[in-house]
Write a protein that binds this ligand. Structure first.
Ligand code: SAM
Length: 251
């Protein structure tokens, strides 16, 4: 894959290099960088995205549909296929439904699609995130966004249970209901204690051999969690801003 690679989380200067990461690196990768057996899935999802959001959006969607992100998720799903069981997927922060669609289509193609759960509050008036480079950014994740994401799932033919609450509430509810997931993607609020709380509660929900994904791991409030994972879990896939770890058996 033609992509910049960073050293480990404890590499000095990593955060500042992440912030200088060239924005066009995704555009430099093409469909040729996606493994051949997954290219039709990729094209199908791009088509559905254009049906829901309009073709004028081009490829201005989340990283999961860009070749580098898509290929990352394809390699995670390939690893999960070795478990030879249905994979229950939990996503914290689904926004326009892009990554949920990518992961569910890839799982389905492997014949291992289990239950799909999304936790996202879809706020009344969007929400604010303090981006480490650009400062406070207002993000538009509202009821309208939710309706479009649900439409996308319907067109894709997948059944997603949406918990329209903040992650702390949703994750505690799932824990109290004795739920378990094989794949958990943490991509909700990236600031303050939220990533740590999401990670801690998610570890209580992660099945044996399950995989946890940290999005935007070089962000200041997430990088320490990556350090923890590097030390105590098995790294199975990584890009300059997403990393996937498998839970090791209990000693
Ligand atoms: C970066 S977007 C997710 C993008 C999506 N995973 C994708 O790749 O297509 C972040 C989402 O997190 C949601 N979010 C923000 N604060 C949250 C919280 N406290 N709990 C759960 N989700 C939250 C937002 O509503 C937004 O939809």
């Amino acid at each position: 894959m033609k992509t910049e690679h960073f050293a480990k989380h404890n590499d000095p200067g990593l955060i500042s290099r992440f912030l200088r990461l060239s924005e066009d690196r995704r555009r430099r990768m093409t469909i040729e960088d996606i493994r051949p057996e997954c290219r039709d899935i990729h094209s199908r999802i791009v088509g559905l995205l254009h049906e829901v959001y309009g073709a004028q959006r081009g490829m201005r969607f989340s990283k999961s549909i860009h070749p580098d992100g898509f290929e990352f998720f394809a390699s995670v799903v390939q690893e999960l296929a070795h478990l030879k069981r249905k994979i229950n997927f939990l996503e914290i922060g689904s926004f326009e439904g892009v990554s949920m669609s990518v992961v569910s289509a890839l799982l389905d193609a492997q014949g291992i699609l289990g239950r799909l759960v999304s936790i996202d509050p879809y706020f009344e008036d969007g929400y604010q995130e303090d981006h480490p480079a650009t400062g406070s950014v207002r993000k538009d994740s509202t009821e309208t966004t939710m309706s479009a994401a649900l439409k996308l799932y319907e067109l894709l033919g997948v059944d997603v249970s949406l918990m329209r609450v903040t992650s702390d509430v949703g994750l505690r509810g799932l824990l109290c209901a004795d739920q378990e997931f094989d794949l958990i993607y943490i991509d909700g609020l990236h600031n303050g204690m939220a990533p740590t709380v999401d990670f801690g509660l998610s570890m209580g929900l992660l099945a044996e051999d399950g995989v946890i994904i940290l999005d935007d791991w070089p962000w200041p409030d997430i990088i320490g969690l990556k350090a923890l994972c590097d030390q105590h879990m098995q790294l199975i896939a990584e890009t300059p801003d997403i990393a996937a770890y498998r839970r090791l058996p209990e000693r």
